[in-house]
Design a protein around this ligand. Structure first.
Ligand SMILES: NC(=O)c1ccc[n+]([C@@H]2O[C@H](COP(=O)([O-])OP(=O)(O)OC[C@H]3O[C@@H](n4cnc5c(N)ncnc54)[C@H](O)[C@@H]3O)[C@@H](O)[C@H]2O)c1
Length: 282
């Protein structure tokens, strides 16, 4: 049985990712600085900022899936967020590379494009926002995710370890669908995330496929649902909120996502299957 270490498994996204790997026959170890509310597997408490602790918890793993982070900007002082997210990811990749672990998946974010936490009302340059869209974060959270993708390149250069960076969109765990009626008709809500979302269980399958696929080298992939989280058509959302943005790179006739997931589908053979419309009464 293959052993995968999942960091940050005690958080919001973690349980779905742990569940996905368990269901596919993996031996899973959760490493977090806190105990999960509902334990699904063994947990070791560790601080990933400490390289010695990281070596200890990764020893014997076939792959590492790194979710642990401070998950947004302005939750902690900027330097605390940067230090935690950049250092923990550096330590994970440094130790995994040195231990000869062949595959790592790290968690980047749609926030790395810079629009999400912008205080200058940044707009997308074009839609759907794909992996080639310029990135200009103003905050240390977005910056930490860009640095982490660079760290992935560095370790791949040194060791050849496969490192997939998943630029995850707004994570919706199953219990969160109850919040949808509050915003699906409000274009100003969620505009900075391009109204995107990703069901935690669909994100989880992208993590598993990132471990199971071979020869990916180092790659960054957006992870979002096929549709937006809104009950307003995507072109209408753009016309109302971002009327100056006229570069549409996909035919948008309905509720298609404005956060492109095309590359993840192509590279991983991934398909999100959870649609908010199946969980929310309109
Ligand atoms: N929630 C979202 O909408 C969203 C969107 C895009 C990206 N992400 C990314 O997804 C990942 C998971 O996010 P989440 O929403 O589950 O966050 P979360 O805060 O619920 O979970 C993160 C977990 O990481 C742990 N952690 C943080 N720093 C640690 C350290 N130094 N050592 C050990 N454990 C540490 C925390 O204890 C926590 O349990 C993060 O990398 C986040 O940046 C989340």
């Amino acid at each position: 049985m293959k052993k995968v270490v999942i960091t940050g498994g005690s958080g919001l996204l973690g349980p779905s990712v742990i569940e996905e790997f368990l269901q596919h026959g993996y031996d899973v170890l959760n490493v977090d600085q806190k105990i999960p509310e509902n334990p699904l597997c063994e947990t070791i408490i560790a601080d990933l900022n400490n390289l010695g602790e990281v070596y200890d918890v990764l020893t014997g793993a076939d792959a590492v899936v790194h979710l642990a982070a401070i998950p947004r900007a302005y939750m902690f002082p900027a330097d605390v967020t940067f230090r935690n997210n950049a250092m923990s990811t550096y330590n994970i990749l440094e130790a995994a590379g040195t231990l000869g672990i062949k595959k790592a998946v790290i968690t980047s974010s749609e926030s790395s494009y810079g629009i999400v936490f912008s205080k200058r009302d940044l707009k997308p340059q074009y839609v759907p926002v794909d992996e080639d869209h310029p990135r200009f974060p103003e905050d240390s959270y977005g910056l930490s995710k860009i640095v982490n993708e660079q760290t992935a390149e560095m370790i791949n250069n040194r060791t050849g370890m496969q490192v997939v960076s998943l630029r995850v969109g707004n994570v919706i765990a199953p219990h969160m669908y109850k919040n949808f009626p509050g915003f699906i008709h409000e274009p100003e809500e969620r505009k900075t995330i391009m109204w995107s979302y990703i069901d935690a269980r669909d994100a989880a399958s992208a993590y598993r496929l990132s471990v199971e696929k071979d020869n990916l080298g180092v790659v960054a992939l957006n992870v979002g649902a096929d549709n937006s989280s809104m009950d307003i058509k995507s072109r209408d959302l753009m016309a109302q909120v971002y009327p100056d943005v006229t570069d549409f790179r996909e035919t948008l006739s309905g509720y298609e996502t404005l956060f492109s997931n095309k590359k993840a589908k192509e590279v991983l053979g991934w398909q999100p299957v959870h649609n908010w419309r199946d969980y929310v009464k309109l």
